[in-house]
Design a protein around this ligand. Structure first.
Ligand code: ADP
Ligand code: SF4
Length: 700
């Protein structure tokens, strides 16, 4: 199909210093959880996006020196020859498809704890970053940099740039954002210096300017030099001559780097979840940058619509369309626009599970794209599935995320696929959840798959078709996938911090009751020990129906796990906006239809709340009725010619939607194999030591 000429502008080349991006699709630096210990996994992950048409592909934060050590969080490094070789795999993979490779050289300053290197962290004035942020920070405070420390960081940056060029990178970054060292010099809260690096905005910018200058001196003839800078805080500070200090910073540096990569200051605003923020949310902060520099500007905003992208360029907001999450969810987004296949874009849903992977310290996972991170180790391609050697009949029971993903992948392989679902619409849990406050974008998981499936002649879709073993035996497919989901239980939570017992009372509800349209009588106590989004979202949902809602959890915060997805602070605000009180460290011990008793998890101290009903969002268990029936009738279904019956998704192990989608994809790629433990290739670090090389010498 021909490309829509409205989108031609997106495919224009853009000059970045001495190098030229082939188009305006720019995968900005983003964490992948793939350190130098996984060089092939990383190269294949980044290379796939180049294959999909992104014109520039960047690494995540790449440390220039052991004094910038984020362990145990995953980070890359360019410290020694082995690191150069590890990165060279990525630049080769990117260049193979005509894209440019960028490296985000990084010094974390006070934001790192140097837990592995055990070096004292560096900072402008000894001010720590998020010192009380459990899980990120430790109890070591940074030391104050003297002039020789400043000179050392500049030297490491220049050396890092030269190593980057040797590794094949075309664009080299200076990083002054997100609380890291360059940023700490820019912000007066971190920078209390009285020398030429502190005080006025000119002085606070000096260190960043010098970082750019040494990078240009080192590699500026061959590589584009980019400045990545966070502008949110500075935009809020009045400037002396211009509207804000952000304006003054850009004006001071307007000719210095070859590219401005502009962003927000903290992960929750920079990578905000769709539950609370829409596409293009950075614009009010970064919209002025192009008016103060002639250099190209890249920025992000979870852009998935080509019309929005064109509008950003035509209105003079951005020159390059930055993408992190949209490039993970669909590495082939540019190719689909180029080829007039816009309706095939697998749009990011803004759930931030990818970000949770980094917090977990593992390679990136994506709800929409189950092949992310699996390109090398399992050989999965996001768009291609090898044609099946034998076309087989596969019955998928359940059309939720797991069933739909399995059907799509099987359909692409050319199998004869039937999906039967008991419900009135496809989507499984999402059929209801997508109607809840803030979750409409999650419906893309269903829509993307359903639209593809509806166009496949080898796939049949049936609704209102509850199947049991007898019906399946009559249909006699070659393979059966049970994607029948899980159910919420009324189990409570013990002081041993495990689900225990059941609260039996007619006015006790589960999320499945709410889905089925049973509205509790208010006041309602929502007791949440699932701790992800659902308890908080349902509390909002019930409050919207006009019910008085009280939220309680054994965790320390409402929807505690959402700290992993950048949503936690916004959940607290959303509950407050709906006047929903929150009790934390609370365990529900009794309910008699009038009063609920909460006990403090640690002290046992009891509190009584007046409420007419309780909604427990706690433990989910797989619905095993069908699986048990299949186990009992094995001889019968085998006699009917059915060769395999396998559970997938929540029916196998209840989890987030990302788990269900991955499970469905895995089952389809390994159809008929004995079990789900399909082996994957194990990556190894590159350890070809160079004769006489000394890491300590390199770190001086
Ligand atoms: P997952 O997240 O694993 O995809 P969901 O709970 O989202 O699981 O979806 C399970 C789907 O399976 C639901 O749409 C439900 O209607 C359907 N289902 C459950 N049991 C049967 C059955 N016996 N026959 C057909 N569909 C079923
Ligand atoms: Fe988007 Fe969610 Fe995938 Fe991240 S995990 S890229 S937010 S769909």
């Amino acid at each position: 199909m021909a490309r829509d000429s409205r989108y031609d502008i997106l495919f224009e080349p853009v000059k970045i210093g001495p190098v030229t991006a082939p188009n305006r699709f720019y995968q900005v630096p983003h964490a992948s959880g793939m350190t130098n210990a996984l060089p092939r996994v990383r190269a294949a992950f980044r290379g796939m996006k180049a294959e999909g048409g992104w014109g520039v592909i960047c690494t995540g934060a790449c440390s220039v020196d052991p004094s910038s050590d984020d362990a145990p969080l995953p980070f890359a490094s360019l410290w020694d020859a082995n690191d150069i070789r590890a990165h060279a795999l990525t630049t080769e993979a990117v260049h193979e498809h005509g894209a440019l490779a960028g490296v985000e050289l990084w010094h974390g300053g006070a934001s790192v704890m140097n837990r592995a290197s055990r070096l004292a962290p560096l900072s402008p004035s000894g001010i720590p970053w998020m010192a009380t942020h459990v899980g990120f920070m430790g109890n070591l405070r940074p030391r104050i940099m003297d002039k020789s420390d400043i000179r050392a960081v500049l030297k490491w940056q220049a050396e890092g740039a030269r190593k980057a060029r040797e590794a094949g990178f075309d664009i080299v970054y200076v990083y002054a954002g997100m609380g890291y060292l360059g940023y700490e010099f820019l912000l007066p809260e971190y920078n209390h210096r009285t020398d030429e690096y502190g005080g006025s905005i000119e002085n606070r910018v000096r260190f960043v300017r010098e970082l750019i200058e040494v990078t240009k001196d080192a590699v500026g003839k061959d590589c584009g030099v980019a400045l990545r800078v966070s502008l949110e805080e500075l935009r809020g500070r009045p400037g002396r001559n211009l509207p804000s200090e952000a304006h003054e910073l850009i004006e001071l540096l307007s000719d210095v780097p070859d590219l401005f990569d502009v962003k927000m200051d903290s992960s929750p605003t920079d990578c905000s979840a769709s539950r609370f923020t829409g596409e293009g949310s950075h614009e009010p902060v970064i919209d002025f940058v192009k008016s103060l520099t002639k250099k190209p500007v890249v920025g992000v905003g979870r852009f998935t619509s080509p019309d929005t992208m064109v509008s950003q360029i035509r209105r003079g907001v951005l020159d390059l369309i930055g993408g992190a999450r949209p490039s993970i969810a669909d590495p082939f987004l540019p190719a689909k626009i180029r080829e007039g296949r816009v309706d095939e874009i697998r749009e990011c849903i803004g759930c931030n599970i990818c970000i949770s992977s980094w917090h977990d310290g593992v390679p990136v996972r994506c709800t929409q794209n189950p092949t992310a991170g699996e390109e090398w180790r399992r050989g999965w391609h996001p768009e291609k599935v090898a044609p099946a050697a034998n076309r087989e009949k596969v019955l998928v029971i359940g059309g939720g995320p797991a069933g739909l993903e399995a059907a799509l992948t099987l359909g692409r392989a050319g199998h004869d696929v039937t999906v039967a679902d008991a419900g009135k619409s496809f989507g499984g849990r999402l059929a209801f959840e997508r109607t809840l406050p803030g979750l409409s974008a999650w419906g893309r998981v269903v829509d993307y798959r359903l639209q593809r499936l509806q166009q496949m002649p080898n796939v049949s879709l049936y609704l209102e078709s509850r199947l049991g073993v007898d019906e399946v035996i009559d249909l006699a497919p070659d393979h059966v996938l049970l994607a029948t989901g899980a159910s919420w239980t009324k189990m409570l939570y013990s002081s041993m911090e495990i689900p225990v017992g059941t609260l039996a009372h007619p006015a006790v509800f589960t999320p499945d009751d709410i889905r089925d349209g049973r509205l509790p009588e208010g006041p309602v106590l929502v007791f949440d020990f699932d701790n992800y989004y659902y308890g908080g979202v349902l509390a909002e949902h019930l409050a919207r129906q006009g019910l008085y809602v009280h939220y309680a959890t054994p965790a320390g915060q409402a929807s505690a796990w959402t700290i992993m997805t950048n949503e936690l602070p916004l959940v607290a605000r959303a509950l407050k906006d709906r006047s929903i009180p929150v009790s934390t460290l609370a365990s529900l011990t009794a309910f008699d239809g009038e009063t609920a008793t909460l006990a403090n998890l640690f002290t046992g101290e009891a509190t009584r709340l007046s409420c007419r009903s309780v909604l427990i969002t706690g433990l989910r268990l797989p619905d095993t009725t069908l699986a048990d029936a299949f186990a009992q009738r094995e001889a019968d279904w085998k006699a009917a010619g059915i060769r395999s019956v396998r559970m997938i998704g929540d029916a196998l192990a209840p989890g987030a939607i990302t788990h269900a989608v991955h499970s469905g994809h895995l089952a389809a790629r390994t159809l008929g194999e004995d079990h789900g433990h399909a082996a994957y290739r194990r990556d190894t670090p590159i350890v070809d030591r160079v004769e006489g090389f000394s890491l300590l010498a390199a770190a001086q």
